[in-house]
Ligand binder design. Structure first.
Ligand SMILES: NC(=O)c1ccc[n+]([C@@H]2O[C@H](COP(=O)([O-])OP(=O)(O)OC[C@H]3O[C@@H](n4cnc5c(N)ncnc54)[C@H](O)[C@@H]3O)[C@@H](O)[C@H]2O)c1
Length: 317
């Protein structure tokens, strides 16, 4: 039987890759997305342009905070699993608009969980974030580390959502995996995120702004590995788990810029500014739990991922 997956935020960066992967497997996808203006909605429309031609794809334009929209989806479709990706993303803008982040991320998630309960749908994969670790002094970050010190409203909302997910597992026996994504990059990456923005500015001959002294380190995860992690989670979904999805390797901001220079063939014009509130010094994923539970095996080295990204960018996106 063909299964139906509801992907919230299915027109976004990660959601549209998942949409295509599930359609390619012959499955049905309902995409719930409100095309919010966090970045150009036209990019999201183009992300799902191919999917729109597929009869197994249904687009519902609506807001996760609107209960009637979600109830309508569960009434009209036999949803097997919800992959809940819709959110206000981004650390720095959450400091400017904490109420909005709370509203979309926390209230929106609660809304979906409640609608699922009522409809008897009990399988969810939830997009959490490495930002919940804050300035965790211990690396690599493990799921057993305390995450009680978020340093941005965004991180606090993701932690709150994980708690709500656990609660629905406890009270109503939902199967939920909360996946802590470590900075995801690749084709269709959100335009304000580091790799996309740097490549764009470098290729346009514009200056790039680097916060801090260039020694901060990130575990950048390629979209292909994240996609594999989500698909494995859907396959192994049982009980409640929090799982890190990263590459288990880090690169400094300076080395990242060097890699971009190498693959674009253009020297970057850089400007250094002090580190921003909400930024963390390092992210580094311990992925042993995901390896054990999912068989997750990330395979894309950052250098190859940047080469592919530049290729995608050059090809007109
Ligand atoms: N990209 C990363 O590096 C990263 C890292 C950690 C966690 N995450 C999480 O993964 C998820 C997907 O991230 P992304 O990078 O693909 O972001 P994205 O912004 O490209 O995708 C999110 C989608 O959700 C939609 N959306 C936002 N508010 C909505 C609402 N109220 N109702 C319905 N739809 C709404 C947006 O229009 C967008 O298409 C998010 O939950 C994000 O917090 C992403």
């Amino acid at each position: 039987m063909t299964t139906t997956t509801l992907i919230t935020g299915g027109a976004g960066f990660i959601g549209s890759h998942l949409t295509n992967a599930l359609l390619d497997r012959g499955e049905r996808v309902i995409c719930l997305d409100n095309f919010d203006s966090f970045y150009d909605p036209a990019l999201k429309r183009s992300n799902i342009a191919q999917a729109m031609k597929n009869e197994r794809f249904t687009l519902v334009e609506g807001d996760i905070r609107d209960r009637s929209v979600i109830d309508g989806i569960f009434k009209d479709h036999a949803v097997h699993t919800v992959v809940h990706l819709a959110a206000r993303a981004g650390v720095r803008p959450s400091i400017v608009s904490p109420e909005l982040y709370y509203d979309v991320n926390v209230r929106g998630t609660l809304n979906i969980l409640e609608a699922m309960k009522q409809a008897g749908v009990r399988r969810m994969v939830f997009a959490s974030s490495s930002s919940v670790y804050g300035n965790n002094p211990k690396v690599p970050f493990s799921e057993t580390d305390a995450v009680d010190n978020p340093i941005s409203p965004y991180a606090a909302t993701k932690k709150a959502c994980e708690l709500l997910c656990y609660n629905y597992h406890h009270l109503y026996q939902f199967d939920i995996f909360c996946l802590r994504f470590f900075t995801v990059y690749g084709p269709r990456q959100r335009p304000e995120m580091a790799i996309h923005q740097f490549v764009r500015h470098v290729m346009e001959g514009k200056e790039i702004t680097l916060f801090g002294d260039g020694t901060s380190r990130r575990d950048y995860t390629n979209i292909r590995d994240i996609l594999a992690g989500i698909l494995l989670s859907m396959e192994h979904l049982s009980g409640f788990e929090v799982l890190n999805l990263g590459e288990h390797t880090t690169i400094s901001l300076r080395d990242l810029v060097s890699a971009i220079e190498r693959h674009t063939g253009v020297a970057a014009k850089t400007r250094f500014l002090p580190a921003q509130p909400g930024d963390v010094e390092v992210t580094y994923a311990d992925i042993s739990k995901a390896q054990r539970i999912l068989g997750y095996a990330p395979a894309v080295a950052i250098d190859d991922g940047i080469r592919d990204f530049v290729q995608w960018y050059r090809s007109g996106r």
